[in-house]
Write a protein that binds this ligand. Structure first.
Ligand code: GUN
Ligand code: ZN
Length: 449
């Protein structure tokens, strides 16, 4: 048996591969009490991959004798393989302003975000950041993400080009924004329509890529631009819709002033026909019962961004309530309002937010959210999210012994739940030993031994 020791991005999809490790994945939502029937776990497991797709998982003892004798098994014994983590909302142009001291959302946007986004008029800069950003996703075990670019069409090309090169399943779109931002960042209703339409034509459903029609949020789009968003979504019903909603009290007051005729912030989007399957709304902290019901019936998804919501002081998202309403809820880093690329750290903060609301987030449900739950939120669960046969073999190899503290804490853990919980509370990029895209190693941590 051999340790994986090289990174191969070009030789895609070997015919047959086998990976030995502990294996964990979810079959459905384990709920806040952590229903054990909703998960599968093989302490000494084998993951079989053919042409980049999962063909079988099970116990190594059962599957090893069925393999061709010459097949080299990649041995990660002692480590844990989980489905590739999925990020349902993140901004690649905000990579360089992560951890900028911000009073609140609107101050933070004006002070750090808008200046950073203006640099994406420079194609070289966009390419360099897109390379770094996607490498950072992989370093954190994240294999799929829904990403905002800037208003510059070339910023969308930059992120799709690098995702295509890395063979990642990735969703992205050009920000549409025609008011209330620096002039250099503004488009117009017409240019935002023609540029988005051209990008959809160029990228949507190319390889593993999907296009997301991306009005930044209601305050930065005129009514005429929102009509263009409607037109685009009608012309491209299988493209995604991606925006922000009800994050911050001041923002909500602003929306009331700008759109006085609407019942609520959500109702603005609803009026323009933007609530539907494959629409993703980041934050949604301050929704009322009517809003929540509307999200549930339309099949729209919420991206819960715990590190950003606490960092910007926006509020505590009631995840349990939204899930109980039957809304598709995903979890997201929201870099750079969010403070970490790591979905493990994001789960840790999500757990703490639920604690502040007197609620629970079981370790099984937390890992469900970051994998199959997020795949369902993005309507991608036919492709990714767990190891059912036929799914794409995107996965992360978690090293329990990545730090002296995790090693020590895991040594005293009795159950799988304890181990998962310790890794989501204490883990971060250091816990990710390797990331695989369709069975190919896309990131391997450099270790000293
Ligand atoms: N609302 C509108 N734009 C943004 C953004 O860039 N980040 C966050 N967190 N919220 C937003
Ligand atoms: Zn955001």
């Amino acid at each position: 048996m051999s340790q994986a020791n090289h990174i191969s991005l070009n030789s895609r999809c070997a015919p047959l591969q086998a990976f030995r490790a502990s294996l964990f994945h979810c079959l459905r939502d384990p709920g806040h009490q952590g229903d054990a029937d909703a998960i599968e776990y093989f302490e000494d497991g084998l993951l079989l991959v053919e042409n980049g797709l999962v063909t079988q998982i099970g116990y190594a003892d059962d599957l090893l004798p069925t393999l061709p004798s010459e097949l080299e098994v990649t041995d990660y014994s002692g480590k844990l393989i989980i489905p590739g983590l999925i990020d349902t909302h993140t901004h690649y142009p905000q990579t360089d302003v992560i951890a900028s001291y911000g009073e609140d959302l609107l101050h933070w946007l004006n002070t750090y975000t808008f200046p950073a986004e203006q640099q994406f008029g420079n194609e070289q800069h966009a390419k360099e950041v897109a390379e770094f950003f996607t490498a950072e996703l992989l370093r954190n075990g994240t294999t799929t993400a829904l990403v905002l670019a800037t208003t510059h069409p070339s910023s969308v090309d930059a992120i799709f080009e690098v995702a295509q090169k890395r063979n990642m399943r990735l969703l992205a779109g050009k920000m549409m924004m025609d008011r209330h931002a620096p002039k250099k960042l503004l488009d117009t209703p017409k240019s935002s329509y023609t540029e988005s339409a051209a990008l959809i034509e160029k990228w949507h459903k190319t390889d593993r890529l999907h296009y997301a029609i991306t009005p930044r949020f209601a305050p930065t789009s005129s009514e005429v631009q929102l009509e263009m968003v409607t037109k685009l979504t009608k012309e491209h019903p299988d493209a995604y819709i991606h925006t922000h909603l009800a994050e911050n009290e001041e923002e909500i007051t602003w929306v009331k002033k700008l759109f006085p005729q609407h019942r609520s912030y959500l109702d603005v989007y609803d009026h323009y026909g933007l609530l539907r399957e494959r629409s993703v709304y980041a934050h949604c902290i301050h929704l009322d019962d009517a809003d929540l019901r509307r999200m549930a019936t339309t099949g729209a998804a919420i991206a819960f961004c715990p590190t950003s919501n606490t960092f910007l002081g926006s509020g505590l998202f009631n995840c349990k309530q939204a899930l109980e309403q039957g809304i598709r809820v995903g979890i997201a880093t929201d870099v750079g309002g969010g403070t970490s690329f790591s979905l493990l750290q994001t789960l840790s903060e999500a757990y703490k937010v639920q604690q502040m609301l007197g609620q629970q987030l079981s370790p099984y449900q937390a890992f469900y959210l970051a994998t199959l739950g997020n795949a369902k939120a993005l309507y991608l669960d036919d492709y990714v999210g767990n190891f059912e046969p036929g799914k794409e073999a995107d996965f992360a190899v978690i090293d329990y012994a990545a730090t002296p503290l995790t090693k020590r804490r895991i040594a005293t853990s009795q159950t799988l739940q304890e181990k998962l919980f310790a890794m989501m509370i204490l883990g971060d990029d250091r816990a990710v030993h390797a990331s695989y895209i369709m069975g190919e190693c896309a990131y391997l941590k450099h270790t000293q031994n």
